[in-house]
Write a new protein. Structure first.
Length: 168
């Protein structure tokens, strides 16, 4: 896939996912590494798999705490929060965001500093996107169940992501 890495960001991972399960497995592996203050910005068109990725990541973190919960789409509420015990996880879908002031009103700016944040339609954040965030892009593959996934971020993520990167 043709793609350009934004200035200051490194291409951390680039892979073909051949099924929803393969994407979910990657989401669970990445999810284990995320801590308070980490933000994952998700990019990709309608049906690319952003919500699928987020749901798998959230459910794997909840399962690690012995919990099974629905992960509803935040497309109307814009954000959905999860209590992970010692920290919160925020799942946002900004497709219906009015303007960037709403990001502040939702409390997302504060959450970027204190919680794990997963943001679908992250381009709507504009300049409010955290500079140190990871960016995941999902693009259509050659068949219905294939997706091209790329992960970009500041170079300091390389060491933290080593357990995920070493499997590819
Ligand atoms: N390899 C794959 N990885 C992820 N999802 C896949 C894959 N193959 C098929 N799918 C399917 O694609 C669909 C993706 O839907 P999803 O709601 O996650 O998209 P989205 O990017 O969140 O779209 P929207 O912008 O409308 O919210 C799901 O039904 C999922 O099962
Ligand atoms: Mg979605």
């Amino acid at each position: 896939m043709e793609s350009c890495v934004l200035p200051g960001l490194s291409r951390l991972l680039s892979l073909n996912s051949s099924s929803p399960d393969a994407t979910a497995a990657l989401a669970a592996r990445l999810g284990r590494l995320l801590a308070a203050g980490d933000t994952l910005l998700l990019h990709g068109s309608v049906g690319a798999g952003k919500s699928h990725f987020c749901r798998a990541l959230i459910q794997s973190r909840l399962a690690a705490l012995g919990r099974m919960e629905d992960v509803p789409s935040p497309s109307f509420t814009l954000v959905q929060t999860y209590d992970l015990g010692d920290l919160e996880l925020w799942h946002a879908d900004l497709y219906r965001l009015g303007d960037t002031q709403e990001v502040v009103e939702l409390g997302l700016e504060d959450a970027f500093a204190t919680a794990i944040c997963l943001v679908e339609w992250a381009e709507r954040l504009g300049t409010l996107a955290p500079k140190d965030a990871l960016r995941l892009t999902l693009a259509p593959g050659r068949h219905a169940d294939e997706r091209y996934l790329t992960l970009d971020g500041p170079p300091q993520w390389c060491a933290r992501l080593a357990p995920v990167l070493s499997e590819h």
